[in-house]
Design a protein around this ligand. Sequence first.
Ligand SMILES: Nc1ncnc2c1ncn2[C@@H]1O[C@H](COP(=O)(O)OP(=O)(O)OP(=O)(O)O)[C@@H](O)[C@H]1O
Length: 247
Amino acid sequence: MGEIAIDVSNVIITYKLMKNFSIQRNLLRRDAEKAEEFEAIKGISFQVEKGEILGIIGKNGSGKSTLLRAIAGVFCPNSGTIDLKENTVSLLSLGVGFKDTLTGRKNIYLSGMLLGFTEKEIKKREKEIIDFAELGEFIDRPVKTYSSGMHAKLAFSITCNLETDIILVDEVLSVGDENFQRKSFTKMETLIQDKNRTVIIVSHNIETLQRLCDRVIWLHDGEIRKIGLAQEILEKYHIYMMAQAGR
Ligand SMILES: Nc1ncnc2c1ncn2[C@@H]1O[C@H](COP(=O)(O)OP(=O)(O)OP(=O)(O)O)[C@@H](O)[C@H]1O
């Protein structure tokens, strides 16, 4: 194996579930003992090489987004470690990151700074980001006035134009209209050609993962069911899904 960019070791992630939750009783602290834990990631280990494009596939609720968010540092694992070897990282995911009351332009700066870029660096890329997002005059309107497609276009444009060492993509290559989908796919293909860039892509789309990824992890109920070369794993996953559908 070459230089490692992401080292995930024995990671467990649990969510706290509130059973019979009642605000009134919770305020009275009678429900404290009723918080149950749900293990969404059950002790996962894998490594990603620098420059590698790794796909993650798995049925709904298998833990893909949870794992990606933990790698992005959105939250900490309950146990185990995630080591990004000092690489910068960004997460491209719908519903994360924007402040709704601020304009698209202000959010470019906010997101950029959260990713660790300076104001000067963001200024240099501002035009590129705005042009790619195709939002016209909406760029100076509050993000809360955006449609979900416009929201996604801006998020995609920021992450892809402010390039970090590691890019984590959570099911966003199928957003926007047909033209934007084609454009974002091409942009992603260009980004991953950089041999220093490491990418993890979560998707339900077998064809997308087949075209972009070197290896794929098949996640199932919070565990790695299979990991290996993209074609082999995707074929096995497809056969499994077809069998499930025929039940
Ligand atoms: N905030 C939360 N509180 C409690 N449980 C959660 C929370 N977020 C996710 N879960 C649970 O954790 C498990 C994994 O969810 P996750 O969103 O990571 O799955 P996923 O593979 O990305 O699913 P999908 O393909 O539907 O997007 C699911 O069983 C889900 O119900």
